[in-house]
Design a protein around this ligand. Structure first.
Ligand SMILES: [Cu+2]
Length: 269
């Protein structure tokens, strides 16, 4: 219904509601634009100088325009209170329980997205600011903590399983950034000192989207949506949405990589 707006392809379950709200609002704005334009044109002609050489000091006596404006106000309030606020509340208040979702920590910094998964144990390991090393350990993960051993970290690459609730816990290490993926219809500021959850259910895998768009190179992109410094333009991340099974395989492969790394570390010790 909203194709005429030219919105980005849709790839999340809640996005349809946002799109239809955007569609209705644009229709309403169109009605207002045409209505006010017609009224303005009518007034210009009706009260033209040649027909009304002397100004009327009494002014308009009809209340029609007040009722019209009241009507516009009512429609706007319906949009706000009946549609927009409940839609917003569903995003920010009704976050699903963490055991029914995949929780991913996304930490923004100038100018990259650090992604962290809890791994098979489901627990995020300890981090320590003293262990932060911009090249090798940007999150300060303490691998000596048993819960941290299987934590998977990636840079600018967010892998997600399709059709499962995803909770992104958004943080920032320095300034305000913003996590925006237009196809999922989500956008949330990352604010230093706060951990902000945002959630969505990706409904279209990257492979499906490549078929659908006819673009074999299609990638979901995380765009930093707040001007965050000189390198803001290159603060891009990529989201790969996989079928559940492939996501599991990816996670297993990451575990194997971690084990290999652990073994080489042993050799060097
Ligand atoms: Cu940024």
């Amino acid at each position: 219904m909203t194709e005429w707006l030219g919105l980005p392809a849709l790839a999340s379950t809640h996005g349809g509601q946002i799109d239809s709200l955007i569609g209705w609002m644009h229709l309403f704005m169109l009605v207002l634009f045409v209505g006010w334009g017609a009224f303005f044109t009518y007034v210009l002609i009706r009260f033209r100088r040649s027909r009304n050489p002397v100004a009327s000091y009494g002014g308009a006596r009809s209340h029609a325009s007040s009722y019209l404006e009241g009507g516009v106000l009512v429609v706007e309030m319906v949009f706000l209170f009946a549609f927009s606020i409940p839609l917003w509340a569903a995003r920010v208040d009704h976050v699903p329980p963490e055991n029914e979702a995949l929780v991913v920590h996304v930490t923004a910094e100038q100018f990259a997205w650090n992604v962290r998964y809890a791994g098979p144990d489901g627990a995020f390991g300890r981090t320590d600011i003293k262990l932060i090393d911009l090249q090798n350990n940007p999150l300060g993960l303490d691998r000596s903590d048993p819960a941290a051993k299987d934590d998977v970290t990636t840079l600018n690459q967010l892998y997600l399983p399709a059709n499962r609730p995803i909770i992104v816990k958004l943080r920032s290490k320095d300034v305000i950034h913003s996590f925006g993926v237009p196809e999922f219809r989500v956008k949330q500021d990352a604010i230093p000192g706060l951990t902000i959850p945002l959630w969505f259910i990706p409904s279209v895998t990257t492979a499906e989207m490549r078929d659908r768009t006819g673009n074999p190179d299609f990638q979901y992109e995380i765009a930093c949506a707040q001007l965050c410094g000189l390198g803001h333009y290159r603060m891009r991340g990529f989201v790969t949405v996989l079928p559940d099974e492939e996501f599991r395989q990816w996670m297993d492969a990451e575990q194997v990589k971690l084990e290999d790394q652990g073994e080489t570390d042993d050799i060097w010790q």
